[in-house]
Design a protein. Structure first.
Length: 332
């Protein structure tokens, strides 16, 4: 479909893509059993990744249907390093009470160098776009649950969930038009922070030996902050109270099979990548059918009621929530 939406466009595109990559990953894990009965578990992921891509597009179309650069080449290289580490602690307070806690750290750095060469129909000097970018994502998280039996068939559960995520990103773009010696430049740098805190309390009730019910209340608060050289700082705050309801039925004469029904409200925070207004450009034929992508620093969390049915080993899950639009194509 043409950009005006009134006519059809027919194009035949031949593509050739090559890739070369190298990867090293380590996953160490340690477990400790302490003298007092406590257990500690540490696991990590160390991942290094290097990738180089080359590509060429050749387009055949009528002159009035051709894209801006019917022939184009690209070369992209990226280096990524990831470090993720989790520490879990299980502590038995007494015969009726226990505490489980977890601490997590995450660090991810990506560096990318991208070159695009686009040739118009006349096949004269190419348009060249060179983009150098890097992004650093880091986060710290903590979660835990305290469980205490206060009656033969009732247990009180109290818990927390905290996450602080930060993203810093820079992008430098250099455009050289055909038959021109002047290089157009664009420099962007952004930072985004997402802080999420959640606490909950629930009653875990053993109705029968095979039927369990969970009823509780959860509060979740979210704070986002986005800053950058080319923008006015943006902050958002939001929070929600959500009920927690769940039924678990262990099937008769079955050791592991169980049927679970739950009703909850999901509160999905926006990712730092979706908050940063860093542009991912479509280098050829930019338009409604092939748009640029840019984050929105004013995004709010997605809130939805989610009924869930689950049977083990058969899995069935239905959910209704607002999903963000998806984009495709090469962006730099």
């Amino acid at each position: 479909m043409s950009p005006d939406g009134k006519s059809r466009v027919l194009r035949s595109i031949q593509q050739k893509n090559l890739a070369d990559f190298w990867r090293l990953a380590l996953t160490p894990r340690l477990n400790w059993s302490l003298d007092n009965g406590d257990t500690l578990s540490w696991q990590s992921l160390i991942d290094f990744y290097r990738n180089v891509n080359w590509g060429h597009d050749h387009e055949t179309a009528a002159p009035e249907d051709a894209s801006q650069y019917p022939d184009n080449n690209y070369r992209a290289s990226s280096h990524t390093g990831l470090l993720r580490s989790d520490l879990s602690w299980a502590h038995r307070i007494d015969a009726d009470s226990k505490l489980n806690a977890k601490l997590g750290l995450n660090y991810n750095k990506r560096e990318t160098d991208y070159n695009f060469y686009g040739y118009p129909l006349a096949k004269n000097q190419a348009f060249n776009r060179h983009v150098v970018s890097n992004a650093i994502d880091s986060s710290v998280s903590s979660s835990g649950k305290y469980l205490s039996r206060f009656r033969d068939d009732h247990s009180l559960a109290l818990g927390w969930d905290f996450t602080h995520t930060q993203r810093s990103e820079t992008r430098s773009q250099y455009d050289l038009q055909p038959h021109d010696t002047k290089i157009d430049t664009l420099f962007e740098d952004y930072k985004a922070n997402v802080r999420r805190v959640a606490v909950f309390a629930q009653d875990e009730w053993d109705v029968t030996n095979r039927l369990q019910a969970y009823l509780g209340l959860r509060w979740e608060g979210l704070n986002t902050e986005t800053t950058g050289r080319l923008m006015v700082p943006v902050q958002t705050r939001s929070s929600v109270w959500s009920p927690v309801m769940q039924l678990l039925w262990k099937l008769p004469e079955q050791e592991k099979d169980q049927l679970r029904f739950a009703l909850s409200r999901t509160y999905k925070a926006p990712t730092t990548r979706s908050l940063v207004p860093r542009r991912y450009t479509a280098n050829n034929d930019n338009g409604p059918n092939n748009p640029d992508f840019q984050g929105n620093p004013q995004l709010l969390p997605e809130l939805a009621w989610v009924p869930t049915w689950r049977m083990n080993p058969i899995f069935l899950k239905t959910a209704c929530s607002a999903c963000p639009p998806m984009s495709s194509g090469c962006r730099t």
